[in-house]
Design a protein around this ligand. Structure first.
Ligand SMILES: [Ca+2]
Length: 242
């Protein structure tokens, strides 16, 4: 029995929150180091009119005057694909006019933005069919529904907390202000190689603000399940012997 108790202690320690691994946290308070501009301009720039960070001043604002596509966003890349069990969260404010502004989660086969596109997931506001322009919209581009609508009504000109989480079975949840707004499933389950802040598309002269961007990796449960299964088997064996 002493051994079982010892194993229970080991198991309790193993199950105790190991803490998600933070791959990226950006509140824009110390510049844009590590980020690169997408396209040839105009670019997203630091802005101190709508900050959210406690004690901070800065958020990132996409330009209002993007008249061409494929610019006006900021990228953060990883050479190696992250683990697949990830959570990405940020704060977001959009204007009242119809626009297309969102954060993008990319996965490319060669890391960063190299090789073939494996997955592209977005959450924010979009303007083309089938987007309901009264709701927040999401996209799962590969192996899924592409653009879809959340159940959460758009409220412009205030900050919203946005969160996307992926599970190993291909479930992707989209959260807005702590409410689950949509769930999608995909057959293309990949880790992250790039975060793109902004749609990179023309935005109807209505740039948006982004702050407190966090990319976290959740410890995979496999080792804990294995340990738990082992413990149950051991207890069962001891019971049979008793
Ligand atoms: Ca900030």
């Amino acid at each position: 029995m002493r051994m079982v108790l010892a194993l229970l202690v080991v198991l309790a320690v193993a199950i105790a929150p190991a803490g998600a691994q933070v791959l990226l946290f950006e509140d824009w308070e110390t510049g844009t180091d590590g980020w690169t501009d997408y396209g040839s301009g105009p670019f997203a720039t630091l802005d101190n009119t709508q900050n959210t960070t406690p004690g901070g001043q800065w958020s990132l604002k996409t330009a209002d005057n993007a008249t061409t596509n494929y610019t006006n966003a900021k990228d953060y890349v990883w050479a190696t694909e992250s683990p697949k069990l990830w959570v990405v969260s940020w704060n977001f404010m959009h204007k009242s006019t119809t626009t297309r502004e969102y954060l993008q989660i990319h996965s490319y086969s060669g890391g960063g933005g190299s090789g073939s596109l494996q997955q592209l997931i977005s959450l924010g506001v979009y303007n083309a069919s089938p987007a309901d322009t009264t709701k927040y919209n999401f996209r799962v581009a590969v192996g899924s529904v592409n653009w879809g609508n959340t159940t959460i009504a758009r409220v412009p000109n205030v900050w919203h907390s946005m969160k996307v989480e992926q599970f190993l079975d291909g479930t992707i949840n989209f959260w807005i202000d702590g409410q689950l707004g949509a769930t999608a499933t995909t057959t293309a389950v990949y880790g992250i190689t790039r975060i793109r802040v902004g749609s990179g598309l023309t935005n109807n002269n209505a740039g948006a603000w982004y702050d407190d961007i966090k990319v976290e990796i959740v410890p995979e449960p496999g080792s804990l399940v294995a340990l738990g299964t082992g413990l149950i088997a051991l207890v069962g064996a001891r019971r049979r012997r008793a």
